[in-house]
Write a protein that binds this ligand. Structure first.
Ligand SMILES: [Zn+2]
Length: 296
């Protein structure tokens, strides 16, 4: 019998001492079912990275969303020892489909896929799932599946987005949420530099269709101080695929991404990973009081 130290401090016992000791027990795909069973005795929380395959302007590969989610989640695993599931690369990107290369599944199919994976996890005792979601188009379906998992399995899910983590910060005058903007370019650079063509980078102002209803992006508009959701196709508001998320008066069309250096990219990635590690640490102990309510 041989003991291997895990990152979380638990130990796992192998009956085959000749095997090479397992050091990294944070990557779900590398583990055998025996190791997963043992691992889930020590933690009931897993990290689930999700993304999409969709256009990201002229300068980011179509894998940008899943590449970022995958890299963030792997680093979270390395840094805080969380168990990280395989990344679900495909997502809900129908609103981008006029751009070549987009591979999309419908929201309803996506919700079912997520729900059935959560059901699988519940079978082996997983109680908490932290989504590291790299694509806003997936959010509604993930939240629906998470509600279902709460009702059916008592599971607690948290849906995180890097742009929410960075929401209060200005990226050189641009919003973090901007599609293929500064933040997303930096995180893709930190995740997989081969997917970035910095010399082709451009982010344009959202195209406008009305003198008073100001389009912010596909799906969001402003009118007389309020916001209104107007679901549009991405191609309705941009011809390059990347667009400003801010009010057109507040941000300029730019092709200058020179401030997005590898150092800045690493720093931004580090901030997101650190936040997630702190959140996971707290979420592991998070409980809501049980509700006892009898219905006639
Ligand atoms: Zn993206």
């Amino acid at each position: 019998m041989r003991r291997f130290k895990l990152i979380h401090g638990e130990t796992i016992i192998s009956a085959t001492p000749d095997l090479i000791p397992v050091v990294d027990l944070t990557d779900y795909s590398n583990l055998t079912w025996v190791e997963i069973e043992e691992r889930l005795r020590g933690t009931r929380l897993v990290v689930f990275p999700t993304g999409s395959v969709e256009q990201h302007g002229h300068h980011l590969g179509v894998g940008a969303d899943w590449l970022q989610a995958d890299a963030i989640a792997r680093r979270v695993g390395e840094q805080c020892g969380a168990l990280v599931l395989p990344t679900l690369c495909y997502g809900v990107s129908g609103h981008h489909k006029e751009f070549p290369g987009v591979l999309t599944i419908t929201s309803d199919t996506y919700r079912r896929v997520i729900a059935e994976i959560l059901e699988s996890l519940a079978r082996y005792g997983v109680e908490k799932v932290v989504f590291v979601n790299g694509h806003g188009g997936n959010t509604g379906a993930i939240v629906e599946a998470a509600k279902e998992a709460r009702d059916r399995h008592g599971m607690l899910c948290a849906v995180t987005h890097w742009w929410d983590v960075l929401a209060s910060e200005s990226m050189f005058g641009h919003a973090a949420e901007e599609h293929a903007g500064y933040a997303e370019t930096a995180l893709t650079l930190a995740s997989r530099p081969e997917a970035v063509r910095m010399d082709k980078a451009v982010v344009k102002e959202t195209m406008q269709a009305d003198a008073e209803i100001q389009l912010v992006r596909a799906g969001l508009a402003r009118f007389r101080g309020g916001v209104v959701r107007i679901p549009l196709r991405t191609i309705d508001v941009t011809d390059v695929g990347s667009m400003t998320e801010a009010h057109p008066d507040e941000v300029q069309t730019t092709s200058d991404y020179s401030m997005i250096t590898p150092g800045y990219a690493e720093e931004l990635m580090g901030r997101v990973v650190e936040w997630l590690c702190a959140f996971i640490d707290r979420f592991e102990g998070f409980q809501v009081p049980p509700v006892e309510r009898a219905y006639p």
